[in-house]
Design a protein around this ligand. Structure first.
Ligand SMILES: Nc1ncnc2c1ncn2[C@@H]1O[C@H](COP(=O)(O)OP(=O)(O)O)[C@@H](O)[C@H]1O
Ligand SMILES: [Mg+2]
Length: 282
């Protein structure tokens, strides 16, 4: 499903005098995990909404396979089958009485047959491991469950690219683990996955690459490289991930350091003597 190429070219979005995006360029790698990083108010939601066709840009273009998306009815209808956005707050998205009806709403709107709608809903619920919730009223579900139902609703449209606005925000550690598993299933289903977050640790450990929003523009590249750059991190009003700070203090190269396990492995690879002393004393 990840066969279409989504990109932004010189994207500009203003609200009155407030310029939120000022010429943002971004090529989203197909079939990969991309984390969009930025401080609160940096324009993450605006960029995702614009990429999804929910916000009309004041300049530049959203492109699919190099062709600009037209922000008219027909253009947006086509675009929604390529790109789906999952809002940060599931309650902005869910409105039907029960899970089955909510997840089937999009496919029904596409004019698909009842058999095909049922199949799409069943598949989306299976990918998110929430088959058991199908008949449940939305208002009885936990916040984490509602988040996964909202993702299932987007997935049932079978998009090539899923944009998820802060999917881990407001979840407890178990909820985050379940969300990571859900994102993994999307990738297994060959969907390109883009998330927004201000959690640098999560972005470093999860993403194949990161796009950092700085003053309305985007810097895209390796998480380790961009998040090790003190000037960029400060300009983006973020902070360096602790494991990268620790790598620097311990004098190990940050390449390949994405979490505590890879940091320990890098330290051990650099000083095998220290490692053997540690294992002897253990
Ligand atoms: N519909 C809107 N009308 C006016 N201002 C908006 C609107 N949406 C976003 N903004 C402003 O744009 C800026 C970026 O917001 P947003 O994209 O939500 O950032 P983020 O998701 O990174 O926190 C903020 O200053 C916000 O107040
Ligand atoms: Mg936001």
């Amino acid at each position: 499903m990840s066969h279409r190429r989504l990109s932004a070219s010189a994207l500009a979005v203003s609200f009155g005098h407030r310029e939120v995006l000022r010429g943002a360029d971004l090529e989203i790698p197909r079939g990969k995990r991309l984390a969009l990083l930025g401080a609160n108010g940096s324009g993450k939601t605006t960029l995702l909404r614009t990429l999804a066709g929910s916000q009309k840009p004041t300049g530049g273009a959203v492109l699919v396979d190099g062709k600009p998306v037209t922000f008219d009815r027909a253009g947006l209808r086509t675009h929604r089958q390529v790109v789906q956005l999952v809002a940060q707050n599931p309650d902005d998205q869910l409105f039907a009485a029960d899970v089955f009806r909510d997840v089937s709403f999009g496919p029904l709107n596409l004019g698909l047959s009842e058999v095909e709608v049922r199949q799409r809903v069943a598949n989306a619920l299976a990918v998110l491991s929430i088959e058991d919730l199908a008949e449940r009223p939305i208002h009885e579900l936990s916040y984490g469950q509602r988040k996964r139902v909202a993702i299932a609703g987007a997935l049932a449209m079978e998009p090539c690219v899923m944009l998820l606005d802060e999917p881990t925000a407001g979840l407890d550690p178990q909820g985050v683990d379940e969300m990571v598993a859900a994102l993994e299933s999307l990738l297994d289903a060959h969907t390109t996955v883009v998330i927004s977050t201000h959690d640098v640790e999560f972005a470093l450990s999860w993403a194949d690459s990161v796009a950092v929003l700085v003053e309305g523009r985007v810097r895209h590249g390796s998480a380790t490289e961009l998040l090790s750059d003190p000037e960029l991190v400060s300009a983006a009003r973020l902070r360096q991930p602790l494991v990268l700070q620790a790598a620097r203090m311990l004098g190990v190269a940050p390449e390949g350091v994405t979490d505590i396990d890879t940091l320990v492995a890098a330290v051990q690879a650099q000083s095998p003597a220290r490692d053997s002393i540690a294992s002897r004393s253990a």
